[in-house]
Design a protein around this ligand. Structure first.
Ligand code: NAD
Ligand code: MG
Length: 390
């Protein structure tokens, strides 16, 4: 029986994870569930799953959760704050951690899980984009098992040789082909993008996801973050990672080998497939996802991304090539800009403009310590906020 901690249990990935666990009560138990402020939803999850610990963001949320749990006779210990998140991600009673908090807020607990040598199921791409080498060094030092949940990276992992080791140059791999749906604005007139609304931006044609990653998909910053994520997960340079637009989202990514072979992983666009894959790896378990029906889909199309339409993709490649703290600055500026867009404070095209200005203004320094990294994150957030018109 594996005991699982789900960081971000009330989010899109967290809920899908619980759906997969529900199919396999013989294999998995829930050790801890966490949420930031969705207290009622977390209380309902605790009543159903009876975790040992539940963690929320604040003392007030913890008091509210405790009262709700008492009313349902749920005997779950309640804690709050970052130290509690790190404790449930690294404690001895937890075997595997689903890292599904959105954004930089997930860095500390995800890193704590890695440091404690856990099986880390990584959905929280921002944590890896920010901390890059630091994260990978932590995984190697502790012997943690890092498994990608992001559908593209999970696909690539499935297409790589079984004995793949990111620390050695893998013989025979020519390129990684990272597929992208192109999001809701793939075919919209570029000139009209300035006036799109948050609701239009989060209406993804293929995937149902949290609001932040949905906006990232509309700008294609999500793919940019994924290029950086692929670099760190698989040890391949930016020049060997190619983004291919594939609007049907049936091929989740591919690995091209030097002999001309291209291996792809296919499936319906449903995160329960990569979640089930990573949970059971190297076994295979049912995920609840409907079988893929290729004849109904009919055609698979591919095209090159247009960087004038999606400047965020270019900004991310630039940050990866620049290295050091550049991806952390990019990520921080993007988080602040997306939040401002969702709050109706800036237009859609201001997102890429703000990130570009932050990247131009801030010097890129080398960071080898977590505190220095967090300082770069803070500097980029402060600068981005200061550039947002009031
Ligand atoms: P979401 O917004 O639906 O859920 C986010 C979760 O994080 C919630 O449980 C929320 O309570 C928690 N959270 C938010 N802010 C927090 C904070 N400050 N401190 C602690 N907890 C906090 O997001 P999601 O779509 O489930 O995405 C989660 C992560 O998975 C993101 O990094 C995203 O990029 C990645 N991801 C998601 C998908 C998807 O299909 N949704 C696919 C690939 C990768
Ligand atoms: Mg993805």
């Amino acid at each position: 029986m594996q005991r699982i901690t789900i960081l971000g249990a009330t989010g899109s990935i967290g809920v899908s994870t619980l759906e997969v666990l529900a199919l396999h009560p013989d294999r998995y138990a829930v050790y801890a569930l966490t949420a930031h402020s969705s207290v009622a939803q977390l209380a309902a999850q605790c009543a159903r799953w009876r975790p040992e610990v539940a963690v929320v963001g604040t003392a007030a949320a913890a008091a509210e959760l405790s009262a709700l749990l008492r009313s349902t006779g749920t005997n779950t210990e309640v804690a709050y704050g970052e130290a509690a998140l790190c404790a449930v991600a690294s404690g001895p009673r937890c075997d595997a951690v689903m890292a599904a908090i959105v954004g930089a807020a997930g860095l500390a607990p995800t890193l704590a899980a890695a440091r404690a040598g856990k099986k880390v199921l990584l959905a929280n791409k921002e944590a890896l984009v920010m901390s890059g080498q630091l994260f990978i060094d932590t995984v190697h030092a502790s012997g943690a098992v890092l498994l990608p949940i992001d559908s593209e990276h999970n696909a690539i992992f499935q297409c790589l040789p079984h004995d793949f080791d990111r620390s050695r140059v893998a013989p025979g791999i020519a390129r990684i082909l990272l597929t992208a749906s192109g999001g809701p604005f793939l075919n919209r007139a570029v000139a009209s993008l300035a006036s799109v609304t948050p609701d239009e931006a989060v209406a993804h044609p293929k995937w149902v996801m949290g609001r932040k990653i949905s906006v990232d998909s509309a700008t294609m910053m999500n793919k940019g973050l994924e290029v950086i994520e692929a670099h760190w997960l698989f040890g391949v340079p930016a020049s060997s990672i190619e983004v291919v637009i594939h609007p049907q989202s049936v091929i989740h990514s591919m690995v091209a080998y030097v002999d001309g072979s291209v291996l792809a992983q296919l499936g319906n666009p449903d995160m329960r497939t990569p979640i089930a894959h990573a949970l059971a790896y190297p076994d295979r378990i049912a995920s609840g996802v409907a079988p893929l029906d290729l004849t109904t889909i009919g055609n698979l199309a591919f095209e090159q991304p247009d960087l004038d339409r999606f400047p965020c993709l270019k900004l991310a490649y630039d940050a990866l090539r620049c290295g050091n703290a550049a991806p952390a600055l990019l990520n921080a500026a993007n988080e602040v800009a997306v939040e401002a867009f969702l709050a109706g404070r800036i237009g859609f095209r201001m997102i890429d403009q703000l990130i570009a200005r932050v990247m131009d203004h801030l010097p890129v320094v080398a960071v080898t310590e977590i505190d220095a990294l967090l300082e770069q994150d803070r500097l980029a957030r402060t600068l981005t906020h200061s550039l947002i018109p009031t």
